[in-house]
Ligand binder design. Structure first.
Ligand SMILES: NC(=O)c1ccc[n+]([C@@H]2O[C@H](COP(=O)([O-])OP(=O)(O)OC[C@H]3O[C@@H](n4cnc5c(N)ncnc54)[C@H](O)[C@@H]3O)[C@@H](O)[C@H]2O)c1
Length: 262
């Protein structure tokens, strides 16, 4: 599967109805790929599918909460009713909760770990046998800059996103023999509709974020989707077990103001 040509290929996307997941779905289908578009929000899944199908895209919409163990078990049988196999998985779903370890309850922490980390385990577990059956394939997990540089008050988020990076490396090692490559991307602040709404409601907050990033701006969702698609394509055939920072330089280093004047 060459970059920009996914014809005949089938991808599963979790959290595909909005934000970064939706940008991945848009780009994948724009380049000829078929997609199993899954999301918690049933109305949004169906609306996104209708919109894409009106443009001629091949989309199978499935309402799926990645924390629903039985629902995840039903995913592959449902996909195989329509397609002969699966070539790629994009595990995109993630939630944040701004709580320190002291503030968060057990339940709140478990929810974030479940949604961000267990979901990658749970969905990969059912997709890997299908990738193997196809003779190989590719997985891209969505971590975060917070998985590399911890973010204050985001205790469960930072921990879960760091673990997604390590799990990515583990899976890359365990399934290389099956010709399955596993990578992750670590987005920086991205202008998804949800984040755009937050920034508009909280004047000044966007600058607080963009001041931390060398390029001095937020990403558009498509700027995250493009490297994600590159990683699943054959153009990345020798790349596995890596975490690609897509962060406008956010994790490049710390700005030492003293050096500007030295
Ligand atoms: N947006 C950013 O600035 C940013 C930055 C770094 C990392 N990320 C990561 O990128 C990923 C996508 O983020 P986003 O901002 O595009 O997401 P978002 O919050 O906009 O949500 C995208 C979709 O996920 C769905 N979803 C939420 N919980 C779900 C669940 N349990 N099961 C199935 N679907 C569910 C929502 O219904 C929504 O349609 C996440 O893993 C996030 O942590 C985002």
């Amino acid at each position: 599967m060459k970059y920009n040509d996914y014809s005949g290929k089938v991808a599963i996307v979790t959290g595909g109805a909005a934000g970064i997941g939706r940008a991945i779905v848009d780009l994948w289908t724009a380049h000829g790929g078929a997609v199993v578009l899954t999301d918690l929000d049933e109305k949004a899944v169906n609306a996104a599918a209708d919109e894409l199908m009106a443009r001629g895209a091949d989309v199978l919409p499935i309402a799926l909460d990645v924390n629903d163990v039985d629902g995840v078990q039903r995913l592959i049988p449902a996909a195989l009713e329509r397609y002969s196999g699966i070539d790629a998985l994009f595990s995109v779903v993630g939630n944040n909760s701004m709580k320190t370890v002291e503030e968060a309850t057990d339940e709140e922490w478990r929810f974030i770990i479940d949604t961000n980390l267990m979901s990658v385990f749970r969905v990969s577990k059912v997709v890997i046998p299908e990738l193997r059956r196809r003779g190989g394939g590719s997985i891209v997990n969505v971590s975060s800059i917070a998985g590399v540089l911890a973010e204050n008050r985001c205790s469960a988020y930072s921990a879960s996103k760091g673990a997604v990076i390590t799990l990515t490396k583990n899976m890359a090692m365990d399934f290389a023999k099956d010709n399955i490559r596993v990578n992750c991307i670590c987005p920086g602040g991205t202008y998804t509709p949800r984040i755009r709404g937050y920034m508009q409601a909280n004047p000044g907050h966007e600058k607080m974020m963009t001041d931390l990033c060398s390029l001095g701006r937020m990403a558009e969702p498509e700027e995250i989707a493009r490297p994600a698609l590159f990683l699943v394509s054959e153009d990345a055939s020798f790349i596995t077990g890596t975490a690609v920072m897509v962060d406008g330089g956010y994790t490049a280093g710390k700005h030492i103001a003293m050096f500007d004047e030295a």
